[in-house]
Design a protein around this ligand. Structure first.
Ligand code: ZN
Length: 244
């Protein structure tokens, strides 16, 4: 599968670089994982906004789902003009006002995530892990029909169960909102040392630190992560692509 980092900033876009959004593609099937603020514009650098039929939202914070409505409105217009004949399908948590908005939107089909259930979308198998965050939030694992494994932790505290969930992944996108020394348990996020620990214990092929803070020297995040024996680790950048 091909993975494109459309955006990776925490909280708000940085100029034209969006918050969280990751595009997965294989055999003409495209899934967008998270649609944070700026993603509806940012994705059009890579594909047309109507070329996407599946969005999976890890949770409904603005930096992960703020542009979901823009995608739904785009689909409504395209359906009304008969340019597209399929509904947009959005997977997401069942709790929260955003779920109600998605349910009500014409030409969008809402598919509530059940944590224990696996879903098949074209060549992809999608699984979820319930995170520890301030609202109902899921880490997302996508395995393709060649066995390539992608994991996006989304926002979460460090948890041992995430090691099992991510184990052996070819590519791990890991929440690194916090600099080392900040208490992830309080914030509902991981600091970069915890992100490195997760990547190391899960024995992933490569780890990408994402959900990055706007402040501070971000290279320090890498130093913190590398205290643990990890293979390849890097900072997310908008436009980065991976073939796994
Ligand atoms: Zn969040």
């Amino acid at each position: 599968m091909k993975v494109t980092i459309v955006g990776m900033w925490n909280s708000f876009p940085n100029g034209t670089e969006p918050t969280s959004g990751y595009l997965l593609e294989k055999d003409g099937v495209r899934i967008l994982l998270d649609a944070g603020s700026g993603i509806a514009g940012g994705i059009q650098k890579y594909i047309g906004i109507h070329d996407l039929d599946y969005i999976i939202l890890s949770h409904y914070h603005h930096d992960h789902a703020g542009d979901a409505e823009a995608f739904m409105l785009a689909r409504r217009v395209a359906r009304q003009l008969k340019r597209v004949d399929r509904n947009l399908k959005i997977y997401g948590p069942e709790s929260g006002a955003a779920a109600k908005t998605i349910r009500r939107m014409k030409y969008t089909t809402f598919l509530p995530v059940k944590g224990h259930k696996a879903y098949t979308i074209g060549p992809f198998r999608v699984e979820f892990h319930r995170n520890e965050h301030s609202v109902e939030t899921y880490a997302i694992k996508v395995t393709d029909d060649n066995g390539a494994v992608f994991v996006h932790t989304s926002d979460t505290c460090y948890r041992g169960s995430l090691v099992r969930f991510s184990f052996g992944a070819d590519l791990l996108l890991v929440d690194s909102k916090l600099y080392e020394g900040f208490d992830g348990k309080v914030e509902g996020h991981m600091n970069a040392e915890e992100a490195g620990r997760l990547a190391s214990k899960a024995d992933v092929q490569q780890a990408v630190l994402t959900n990055l803070p706007h402040h501070g020297e971000r290279e320090v995040l890498l130093d913190s992560a590398k205290q643990h024996p990890v293979g390849k680790v890097m900072l997310a950048e908008a436009g980065m692509t991976f073939e796994i």
